[in-house]
Design a protein around this ligand. Structure first.
Ligand code: DC
Length: 333
């Protein structure tokens, strides 16, 4: 007897998708293992806990596999497991080596077995940091907000009254005491031993971060820290140059964008929620100016890596963005 394994994923939890995915998976297992119906003893199916709308065993019967014993069960909800996934084990007569079948990206993104990085680059307000945070949570890996690091450098310069000139920034760089610490799963940015995670979100720090991030001495220091963090664990990183400079070999790369008006509205909403006064027109101008700074600087400008998937989020909800990225990752694994 042999045990043949297989798995597939669906896009939506609905009967139609489950029927199609199960028929495709069992069909492929049967074909690739040259199984005649009388060879199959039983088919055991399981599904992740986010599939509730249809029994995979029923879908198997409807696909014509009613000549053998069928069984399906739900798996426990485990953080970080692949979502919307159906797994199968087919027990069959014969002693030929089994050909296991994994379709639609249903291989495991197991961070314990395999270290990976997801690079999300794009301009500010594109939704990349919200998407990155949610994605990292789903994949149960670390989220590194690299913008926060440049913001902390900018805060240091503002606090010390350092002008943004080559000599002054070069003299300042070695004294920047920056630490990224994770508390209850959330990133905290410490500058000179003080948690500045809130302070670096101030609007004046945004513009200063865009300016200071153009200096190569600052970039070298930050990129070095980012690479060290990414070398130690699987993570999702967001920034401007992750896919092009920091981790050019990242397994998954995305370039997240949206039109300037949409981005200004999003940033405005965020700032208003934090109690800052918001002038949308001014905000859009500032965003456009930061875009210009970030994409025209000679040092690691904001640009899409050739192998990055472009995601225009102008007309997408955050859930749609995350599920699109997840789908692209699943297609590739
Ligand atoms: O993503 P953010 O708005 O927090 O980033 C603040 C600034 O830092 C942004 O204007 C450009 C810069 N930045 C960068 O140059 N490279 C990165 N990897 C991340 C941010």
């Amino acid at each position: 007897m042999r045990a043949i394994r297989g798995a597939t994923t669906i896009e939506k939890d609905c009967a139609e998708d489950i029927r199609a995915a199960v028929a495709e998976l069992l069909g492929a297992i049967q074909e690739k293992n040259a199984l005649a119906p009388e060879d199959i003893i039983c088919i055991l199916l399981s599904n992740t806990s986010d599939i509730v709308s249809y029994y995979p065993a029923k879908a198997a019967r409807e696909a014509g596999f009613s000549f053998c014993a069928l069984y399906s069960s739900a798996e426990p909800a485990i953080t970080g497991s692949l979502r919307l996934c159906i797994r199968v084990m087919v027990l069959a007569d014969g002693d030929v080596a089994p050909k296991h079948i994994y379709l639609r990206g249903a291989a495991n993104l197991r961070k314990d077995l395999h270290k990976f990085a997801v690079a999300l680059d794009g301009p500010s307000g594109s939704g990349k940091s919200t998407a990155a945070k949610l994605l990292a949570k789903e994949l149960n890996v670390l989220y590194l907000d690299t913008g926060a690091m440049y913001r902390a450098c900018a805060l240091k310069a503002l606090k010390d009254g350092v002008p943004f000139t080559d000599g002054a920034v070069e003299a300042l760089t070695p004294s920047i005491d920056l630490r990224i610490v994770y508390e209850n799963g959330a990133q905290h940015t410490y500058l000179d031993g003080k948690d500045v995670s809130e302070e670096i979100r101030r609007p004046e720090v945004s513009m200063a971060a865009s300016k200071i991030s153009a200096f190569s001495c600052i970039r070298e220091k930050m990129v070095d820290m980012q690479r060290k963090i990414a070398a130690e664990q699987s993570c999702v990183l967001d920034g401007r140059d992750i896919g092009t400079v920091v981790l050019p070999n990242a397994e998954f790369k995305f370039f997240i964008t949206a039109d300037a008006a949409t981005r200004a509205q999003r940033r405005g909403k965020e700032l208003a929620e934090k109690g800052f006064a918001v002038d949308l027109e001014k905000l859009q101008k500032e965003i456009e100016e930061r875009d210009r700074n970030d994409s025209t600087r000679s040092n690691s400008p904001l640009r899409r890596a050739e192998d990055a998937v472009l995601v225009d989020t102008s007309d997408m909800t955050i859930d749609e963005v995350v599920s699109y990225i997840r789908k692209k990752i699943q297609e590739k694994v």
